[in-house]
Design a protein around this ligand. Structure first.
Ligand SMILES: *[C@@H]1O[C@H](CO)[C@@H](O)[C@H](O)[C@H]1NC(C)=O
Ligand SMILES: *[C@@H]1O[C@H](CO)[C@@H](O)[C@H](O)[C@H]1NC(C)=O
Length: 366
């Protein structure tokens, strides 16, 4: 098993990021509900409390079975501004899960926890068609996808990510279901933090990919630490929305999952990103969590407690911030739990062998 996530240095350094101009793209903000979806299985929508139950991927909405939707993708999606609070899970694809496996996992995420999205984490190496399986599994499960282009840790001269990116763009433009399932593409997860690409090159790649995918309504961005994004204003300016990785467990001041320090760090980094983009961009925490053990990475603080209780308390604390998250730009902050299956990142999972490690009932609205 490979653990691709790097050991984290403390990242308490605050960098004042004065952004020249964050030119927000036109919001793909469509409030029209799919009043016309007549498939009988969408009837469940009315049973579930949700702002827009008749749009994808609201809880209670089921894509038409066995065929592509007959409406344009831009009218299919729930409004971005309705998407805040718990969105779903990061899902590691290191071991190239099969379509059947993903369908099962994605369905569990939705039925057990009301996940609206799955965020793909890492890469299924050597399979450029892998995203066809992701799309099919996600469509079958009725869950949306935050896609990811993985870089790896071999330094800036490793250009294999470019092949992964063009493979993904190729899938998106050729798979007729892709634009009904994939909401966004992140070019890199902590690529700046890992020093595997420069800010200007990453910003250029984001813009280049936007030009290829904007007609499909798919947003393009990168995910990284707040201080790395703040220090790379060209990347901040290029990204359609911000994908932030927030991990207070690694802070020098870390103690417990629900400590005042952990909460303060989450709010500080969100505030930093809001201010750096002058409230013009939506913020999603694509990686946030707290581990139940230190098998993979040790904390940087002597008193940081990795335990099941501390992990649970961290998520309780996030839930307690639902109202605050809602006050952030473009409908508020959404977040992904890091990570779905504990076996793929020991200590960090919500389920282990598919069984919940603790009581996890995140709010999807407040
Ligand atoms: C709704 O369905 C009717 C009849 O099938 C069709 O004419 C109309 O274009 C549909 N409207 C939308 C918004 O899809
Ligand atoms: C953290 O959770 C514990 C146990 O439920 C509780 O006693 C404590 O007050 C909480 N701390 C904060 C800062 O909320």
């Amino acid at each position: 098993m490979r653990f691709l996530y790097p050991a984290l240095a403390a990242f308490t350094l605050m960098i004042a990021g004065a952004l020249a101009d964050a030119d927000a793209p036109a919001d793909i903000d469509d409030t029209a509900a799919l009043s016309n979806v007549t498939d009988t299985d969408t009837g469940a929508a009315s049973l579930v409390s949700n702002a827009q139950p008749s749009c994808f991927p609201a809880i209670g909405f089921h894509p038409p079975k066995g065929r592509a939707p007959s409406i344009p993708a831009y009218r299919w999606w729930c409004s971005r501004s309705s998407e805040y609070a718990f969105l779903g899970f990061s899902y590691s694809v290191d071991d190239c899960p099969s379509k059947a496996r993903m369908t099962k996992d994605f369905t569990s995420m939705r039925s057990m926890y009301k996940a609206r999205y799955v965020r793909i984490y890492s890469v299924c190496e050597g399979n450029n068609r892998f995203y066809d399986d992701v799309v099919a599994a996600a469509y079958g499960a009725g869950i949306g996808v935050y896609a990811m282009v993985w870089f790896g840790f071999n330094g800036p001269n490793d250009h294999s990510w470019e092949g992964r990116l063009s493979g993904l763009v190729n899938t998106i433009t050729h798979n007729r279901l892709a634009s009904y399932v994939i909401r966004s593409v992140a070019i890199g997860s902590e690529a700046l933090f890992d020093g595997v690409i420069t800010g200007p090159k990453l910003a250029a790649s984001i813009k280049n990919t936007q030009a290829k995918l904007r007609w499909l309504g798919i947003e393009v961005t990168t995910s990284d630490m707040a201080y790395k994004l703040a220090a790379n204003t060209n990347v901040l300016g290029a990204a359609d929305h911000l994908q932030l990785n927030v991990l207070p467990f690694f802070a020098q001041s870390a103690t417990y999952g629900n400590s005042t320090n952990a909460k303060a760090q989450v709010l500080r980094e969100l505030g930093q990103m809001r201010d750096a983009t002058r409230s013009r961009k939506k913020i999603v925490m694509t990686q946030t969590g707290w581990p139940s053990n230190e098998f993979v990475w040790k904390a940087n603080a002597a008193h940081a407690e990795a335990s099941l209780h501390s992990e649970q308390k961290y998520y309780d604390m996030l839930d307690g911030q639902c109202w605050t998250f809602k006050t952030f730009p473009k409908g508020g902050v959404g977040w992904f739990a890091q990570i779905w299956e504990d076996n793929t990142l020991p200590g960090w999972g919500i389920v282990k062998n598919g069984v919940p490690k603790f009581v996890f009932k995140p709010k999807i609205s407040c």
